[in-house]
Design a protein around this ligand. Structure first.
Ligand code: DAH
Length: 356
């Protein structure tokens, strides 16, 4: 190799080193993604990179300058590496900044469909509606336990000891004269023992009987309402019933009382309302299978509180009088929504409940 040739080779290598040194930073800075930056870095330091090529071409340089070139290349390699790390850090910081400044969520995304919103059970809906009607008439809610002593459930209400309702076959007895209450009429006794008249209460609650078929369930719901004051008459009861029928089943819903017997009222009656299913636009009833073609549907039992009940509770029946009524909520709900079987109200099948 002539000395001028080796001087040329050395100059050429120096030139290449100079170009790399001058160019690597702008090249790194121009990379807009991490991948682009890594690619650019590989073009310099990779196996087939520019700097690597210089090292492998070192044989062309004169032996006396090889060491100096090797040192220069190594120094540049370190510089480039530092430059790469710096550029990488800057790139990541920029990306993070963009992320931080972006809106936290995408307002243009479509709304998520709500995952089946819950709603009131038909029994709850009916209970709230009935309670609302009575509250607006001045009745207050009175609560009591599901497990009751037979005295409050039966004897204080004038049931004779051998009444069929007291039978093991009809009621769920627990211990020591206690049973699952068979009706909410026990609240009459509890209220009258606890308070002096006048009083007007409504008592929604769960009740239990040994009954189980298409129209009966061993556990069901009742609402009791009663009012005690001076000179209360059947007319007051009828007025409340008329208001109840109108508010629950629509204006002009007719009400009729049929004489009936309950141990704790005298006189006692069953209450029918004009059938809600076959009601015609002119207000007449065409008759249908639900009202057994009578045009009337039974909704509750009622009557004037029996003097014996007052006496049992220490209230003077000469001074005070009152009325009481009790209804089954399942029946009210079935009538209102045309539900054919009581079972549907207890199965809690979401496909059924979603219809209300
Ligand atoms: N307790 C009766 C029952 O469970 C319903 C009832 C009838 C309640 C007449 C009353 C009433 O207050 O006066 O069948």
């Amino acid at each position: 190799m002539t000395s001028s040739a080796s001087a040329d080779a050395t100059a050429e290598i120096d030139g290449a080193i100079q170009r790399i040194r001058a160019g690597y930073l702008p090249r790194f800075r121009a990379a807009s993604t991490e991948q682009a930056l890594r690619d650019e870095n590989a073009k310099i330091l990779g196996k087939k990179g520019e700097l690597t090529a210089i090292l492998s071409g070192l044989g062309k340089a004169p032996p006396e300058s090889r060491k100096a070139i090797g040192e220069k290349v190594n120094a540049l390699r370190q510089e480039v590496e530092v430059g790469f790390q710096t550029a990488l850090g800057e790139l990541r910081a920029r990306a993070r900044q963009v992320e931080l400044e972006a809106p936290p969520f995408d307002l243009t995304l479509p709304a998520r469909v709500p995952a089946g919103r819950g709603h009131r059970h038909p029994i709850t809906a009916v209970r709230e509606d009935v309670v609302a009607v009575f509250r607006s008439l001045g009745f207050a809610v009175f609560d009591g336990p599901d497990i009751e002593h037979e005295e409050n459930n039966f004897s204080m209400l004038g049931f004779p000891p051998d009444h069929p309702a007291t039978d093991m076959q009809d009621s769920f007895w627990t211990k020591g004269g206690h049973l699952l209450r068979t009706h909410t009429s026990n609240i009459q006794v509890r209220a009258m023992l606890a308070q002096k008249p006048p009083m007007a209460f409504i008592a929604p609650g769960t009740v239990y009987r040994r009954d189980d078929d298409a129209t009966h369930s061993p556990m069901f719901h009742q609402i009791e309402a009663f009012l005690v004051d001076e000179k209360v008459t059947l007319a007051h009861l009828k007025g409340v019933l008329a208001e109840f029928a109108e508010r629950l089943y629509g204006p002009g819903t007719p009400v009729r009382l049929r004489p009936s017997y309950f141990p704790f009222v005298e006189p006692g009656a069953e209450v029918d309302i004009g059938c809600v299913f076959c009601k015609q636009p002119d207000g007449t009833r065409a008759g249908c299978s639900l009202c057994k073609h009578t045009g009337w549907i039974e909704v509750l039992g009622c009557g004037m509180i029996h003097p014996v009940v007052f006496e049992n509770c220490g209230i003077d029946p000469e001074k005070w009088s009152g009325f009481a009524l009790g209804m089954g909520l399942e029946r009210i709900a079935m009538l209102r929504y045309g539900i054919p079987s009581i079972k549907l109200l207890f199965e809690n099948d979401p496909r059924f409940l979603a219809q209300f």
